[in-house]
Design a protein. Structure first.
Length: 278
């Protein structure tokens, strides 16, 4: 396999490292099969099992079509596994719930609501007192640098700003876990770098458990505590790698040998998978 070979033998990271912290997310032997109109079965996820410890920034990376979005939909309770179970905070996922915040690649703000109204939407539905809502909304608009845009409508915002609102809206609901599906995938590379820094800062303050899906290896290594590398056909977890890079991380980190070594390992794994397919 030449230059992309993974030189170090893989050993499963010791979960004992996190033994005193309960898993915030537990995916237990989850399979997902789709039925084609002709009746053929397609296995999108095959016996996927892993745990994400509380407050961890977990990144799932894998080729297009390996089931990354499916895994997040199942965790969000928007679809049901064909086999297996998913637990969030020890509770089995049996449908959608406010305990799981989602940020998608496509812009999902309510276009008829202002920035402020978008962020307070879930809080109002939960019937929180208005002074409490105001405090929370002010806090998260501040966190994402949009206090001066509270009265704007989504169509008046750039793509990066819309995703900042989506992050504020998700966090305002104080979810147990934040599920992010290629949230910066549609942004230009400069904005993407800014958003990665913003997310690291906001996450550092909130200490939420994050499951972040991307197919961008740099993004995975920059953001993650752990990188869960998936393979395709059928979709499965190939390896779980700890990212041995201290925080806080700035953009300079991409030049560090540890960063480049992680990238090489992940590339090797993804390369293996491509070799298997073709
Ligand atoms: N509703 C569906 N019906 C049939 N196949 C689907 C459906 N949704 C996704 N798939 C297939 O399942 C696989 C995994 O999809 P997805 O989770 O979107 O992958 P990823 O997000 O990693 O690109 C893909 O091969 C996709 O074509
Ligand atoms: Mg996807």
């Amino acid at each position: 396999m030449g230059a992309l070979a993974v030189t170090k033998p893989y050993t499963m990271p010791a979960l004992s490292e996190y033994a005193d912290v309960p898993a915030r997310l537990r995916v237990d032997k989850v399979s997902l099969r789709y039925q084609s109109p002709k009746g053929e079965t397609f296995t999108a996820l095959d016996q996927v099992s892993f745990e994400v410890p509380d407050q961890q920034f977990a990144v799932i990376v894998g080729p297009s079509g390996c089931g990354k979005s499916s895994l997040l939909y199942l965790t969000a309770g928007l679809a049901e596994p064909s086999e297996g179970e998913i637990y969030v905070g020890g509770q089995k996922v049996e449908g959608p719930g406010a305990d799981r915040g989602m940020v998608f690649q496509s812009y999902t703000l309510f276009p008829w609501l202002t920035v402020r109204q978008n962020v307070e939407f879930g809080l109002k539905r939960r019937g929180l007192p208005s002074n409490e809502i105001n405090t929370i909304v002010e806090h998260y608009l501040g966190e994402v640098g949009l206090k001066n845009f509270a009265g704007h409508f989504p169509k008046q915002l750039s793509g990066g700003m819309m995703q900042r609102v989506a992050i504020a809206r998700a966090l305002a609901n104080d979810p147990q876990i934040l599920l992010m599906d290629e949230p910066f995938g549609a942004l230009d590379s400069q904005t993407r770098l800014q958003m990665q820094q913003l997310l690291l800062r906001v996450w550092g303050h909130s200490k939420k458990t994050v499951v972040f899906v991307t197919h961008d290896i740099d993004e995975a290594v920059l953001l993650g505590d752990r990188v869960y590398v998936m393979g395709a056909r059928p979709g499965r977890i190939k390896q779980i790698l700890d990212v041995p890079i201290a925080r806080p991380r700035t953009l300079d980190v991409v030049m560090e040998p540890e960063f480049i070594d992680m990238k090489r390992q992940i590339l090797g794994l993804l390369h293996d998978d491509l070799a298997e397919v073709h």
